[in-house]
Design a protein around this ligand. Structure first.
Ligand SMILES: C[C@H]1O[C@@H](Oc2ccc([N+](=O)[O-])cc2)[C@H](O)[C@@H](O)[C@H]1O
Length: 504
């Protein structure tokens, strides 16, 4: 057995095929795919939808987007949602994760005016999913803040917690009779990077301030929505509600104690800042991060830390407010403080922890500059999460590969196969992973990268007014994995014609 493992690991492509091919995903494990409203819906100003921060950014500052594109039409899922559901049936998924657009439901962000056409759209989508026994998972907020609320400060304004709670109440009240799986926020680190950098809308670039203030306000907003669901809706609706983080895999650059600690520090700054307040024993922001930001702030002449604190009451309010750990994973790197260069903005989170990252040139580069294929990265990040919060229930809510155009996507096929082997490795070790949602159902508007990076199992022709969707090779491979509940490295599709199997 051991020899076979060694032989296999010597052959990169083999990844355990010989020994592990018969490993099956357990019955409780769910498979699905995900999308997000702004990335697919289009219909940016139709039927009463209000403007959001991505509409505003792409219209007022098009050169911020690599190809000067926008999500005005995107995949036109507002009109094509039945085709999207047909694709879900073709694939045979059991869960579809999508987000609801705050400004399609509340055009001005505040709850005094509800756009009934927006409610109807999501009701139709949910009903159509349930007709085919596909469980909807709603992300309540996937980056598209109503512009009106941004004009009031957005996530820098503590009132965001009340605005979000009001919006979440409408979501639970309207859809919670049929939807049993909610996530409040998608990737707080990316949301808050819009306040601490130029990397996302609203591009406020208040580095080392805006991102920290956003983190505090967002966690309070999340906790309010969780308590609302828990107290007022869960007793009759009986669903679950969680939080979705971006976690990359990290390993120490060397075996030194300093580099091992660098992994901890990097985890604290990039995701622990959002997860320790919810999942740690004592709550609040991670200890060493708090100390380092306080020390840096003092050295920079500030009279108090740039990382705002929680009161004891707030800590208790946030603690335990997630029924599962939703995690989006793509890339990985080695980390070390010896790699730190002062090219980071000062002040900023990475400057506060004086950290650098390194991805060897041999690692396969995706179409996204931030995304290299770290060997075993799925297994590594699952171990990181489980070590931090032992036994936590994990759903991988996004994982996928970016390429340029093309139907025969061997890189993506290999990525999915090795990622799902990584999930099986984690399951073998008793890590509590319950589901895997591939990102993404189809190519879509990839934020600052526009349409230049493709993550889809289905290719979308953005030059075609009908936005025709065509399955890639990876769609057939993922379909086979879901159907057999195994990763078969030898499986090849017989043809590239997709059909709906019986029962879907
Ligand atoms: C491709 C998807 O990316 C998700 O967001 C990110 C962004 C950055 C990283 N990162 O490791 O640097 C990971 C995930 C996003 O949630 C989704 O909408 C897609 O754009």
């Amino acid at each position: 057995m051991k020899l076979a493992v060694l032989l296999c690991s010597a052959l990169a492509v083999c990844h355990g095929a010989e020994v592990k091919q018969s490993r099956k995903f357990p019955n409780y494990f769910v498979f699905g795919v995900g999308t997000a409203a702004y990335q697919i819906e289009g219909a940016w100003n139709e039927d009463g939808k209000g403007e959001n921060i991505w509409d505003y950014l792409t219209h007022t500052n098009p050169s911020a987007i690599v190809d000067q594109s926008n999500g005005d039409i995107a995949c036109d899922s507002y009109h094509n949602y039945k085709r999207d559901i047909e694709m879900l049936r073709e694939l045979g998924v059991s869960v579809y994760r999508f987000s609801v657009s705050w400004s399609r439901i509340l055009p001005e962000g505040l709850s005094y005016y509800i756009n009934e056409a927006g409610i109807t759209y999501y009701n139709n989508l949910i009903d159509e999913l349930l007709k085919y026994n596909i469980q909807p998972m709603i992300t309540i907020y996937h980056w598209d803040l109503p512009q009106r609320l941004q004009e009031l400060g957005g996530f820098m304004n503590p009132l965001i917690a009340d605005w979000f709670e009001d919006y979440a109440r409408i979501v639970f009240k309207t859809f919670g009779d049929r939807v049993k799986f909610f996530a409040t926020f998608n990737e707080p680190s990316e949301i808050c990077s819009g306040y601490g950098s130029l990397g996302k809308a609203p591009m406020l670039n208040e580095t080392g301030f805006g991102d920290y203030l956003c983190a505090r306000n967002l966690l309070l907003a999340h906790a309010k929505a969780y308590h609302l669901y828990n107290d007022e809706f869960r007793p009759t609706q009986g669903g679950v509600i969680g939080f979705i983080l971006a976690v990359s895999s990290t390993e120490p650059l060397t075996d030194s104690e300093e580099d091992k600690f660098a992994v901890e520090l990097y985890s604290q700054a990039t995701w622990g800042i959002y997860t320790d307040p919810i999942y740690s024993k004592e709550g609040g922001f991670p200890k060493e991060l708090v100390e380092r930001v306080a020390a840096k702030s003092a050295a920079q002449g500030y009279s108090r830390s740039r990382l705002p604190d929680f009161s004891e009451e707030e800590k208790a309010f946030i603690l335990g407010t997630s029924d599962f750990f939703g995690v989006n994973h793509y890339s990985g790197s080695y980390v070390s403080q010896t790699l730190y260069t002062s090219q980071h903005a000062i002040p900023s989170a990475l400057d506060d922890i004086e950290m650098g990252t390194y991805a060897p040139d041999e690692w396969l580069q995706s179409a996204s500059s931030w995304f290299q294929l770290m060997p075993n990265s799925v297994h590594i990040f699952l171990k990181l999460i489980n070590a931090r919060y032992p036994g936590v229930r994990i759903y991988i809510t996004e994982n996928g590969w970016s390429s340029r155009e093309g139907i025969v996507d061997e890189d993506r096929v290999n990525y999915y196969r090795s990622a799902l082997e990584g999930v099986l490795d984690a399951l073998d070790e008793g890590i509590n992973v319950h589901g895997y949602l591939a990102w993404s159902l189809m190519d879509n508007f990839e934020w600052m990268a526009g349409y230049s990076e493709r993550f889809g199992l289905y290719e979308v022709d953005f030059n075609d007014p009908n936005r025709t969707r065509t399955p890639r090779k990876s769609a057939f491979i993922y379909k086979n994995i879901m159907k057999t509940r195994m990763v078969d490295h030898d499986y090849e599709p017989e043809s590239y014609v997709m059909t709906i199997d019986e029962g879907h």
